[in-house]
Design a protein around this ligand. Structure first.
Ligand SMILES: Nc1ncnc2c1ncn2[C@@H]1O[C@H](COP(=O)(O)OP(=O)(O)OP(=O)(O)O)[C@@H](O)[C@H]1O
Ligand SMILES: [Mg+2]
Length: 259
């Protein structure tokens, strides 16, 4: 059963260079639009086609800026596609841990953020009360739960976000760099939770720069390179393909002199 299907999916951003340019220059640009060169079209994703089935754990790897987070944000409907199609199974509940801060409000306490976040995911107050205890326990942040989260460390943020996502019982879990700031204890618990999810037939898209955690979680790897899908296949071949890309980057002359 297909849960996510992208067909020719593309996302364009407008990159505004020199946003702080002088007013005078901006005014001249207004008079002479042909001279306005500060806005660049940038395709963060280009013509990506892939299908993800229920129960799959797909590792999404690629260099910084290759479009991984953008892909997750399209699935999570944070952004809309510029062109192409993205079909996400209608009944699927999606939980995501995309970037530090997405869906969180710094001035609110941990407790308030749990309620806000779960409400955004469509849970009633009663339903949230029912899982609140489990979220706090999972996060290990009981002592800090009434502190505004702007005073949390990066790892604490991540713990709270993952604890919420895990307890929402989603059909699709989108995870972006969740291990980047977590300690070993948290990483171990994440891997256990994720594997438990997979045993229950949930679908996971896992973005990571760590081959070890991709191996621990995924059965399939997709490599993005400059917004394009450069590889889609088994984990070891995918990681090898990506390592090759990075090696090329470090020794560009090697391939040039060979050719
Ligand atoms: N809201 C935005 N406005 C303009 N450009 C954006 C926006 N979001 C992302 N981009 C650009 O799109 C490209 C892809 O970004 P994305 O965050 O998807 O990369 P990534 O693969 O997740 O990288 P990383 O490994 O560093 O997290 C980057 O060049 C980025 O500058
Ligand atoms: Mg990213």
């Amino acid at each position: 059963m297909t849960v996510i299907e992208a067909q020719g999916l593309s996302k364009r951003f407008l990159l505004r260079h020199n946003a702080s340019v002088e007013l005078k220059v901006r005014f001249l640009g207004f008079l002479h639009p042909e001279k306005r060169q500060s806005i660049e079209e940038f395709w963060a994703l280009k013509d990506v086609s892939l299908t993800i089935k229920r129960g799959e754990a797909v590792g999404l790897v690629g260099r910084n800026g290759s479009g991984k987070s953008t892909f997750l944000k399209l699935i999570a409907a944070v952004h809309r596609p510029t062109s192409g199609r993205l079909l996400v199974r209608r009944s699927a509940r999606i939980a995501s841990m995309i970037e530090l801060g997405v869906g969180f409000h710094g001035e609110l306490t941990g407790r308030e953020n749990v309620f806000l976040n779960a409400a955004i995911h469509g849970l009633t107050h009663q339903q949230i009360e029912a899982i609140y205890g489990a979220i706090v326990e999972y996060s290990g942040l009981a002592h800090f739960i009434d502190v505004p989260i702007k005073n949390y460390s990066s790892g604490m943020y991540m713990r709270l976000g993952f604890a919420i996502a895990a307890n929402l019982d989603p059909d699709i879990l989108l995870l972006d760099e969740i291990f980047a700031v977590g300690d070993a204890d948290f990483q171990q618990r994440c891997i256990e939770t994720v594997n438990e999810f997979l045993n229950r037939g949930k679908t996971i898209v896992f973005v990571s720069h760590s081959p070890g955690s991709v191996r621990a979680i995924c059965q399939r790897v997709c490599v993005l390179e400059q917004g394009q899908l450069a590889f889609d296949g088994d984990v070891e071949s995918g990681l090898a393909f990506y390592a090759g890309l990075l090696a090329e980057l470090h020794h560009p002359s090697a391939s040039q002199s060979a050719g």
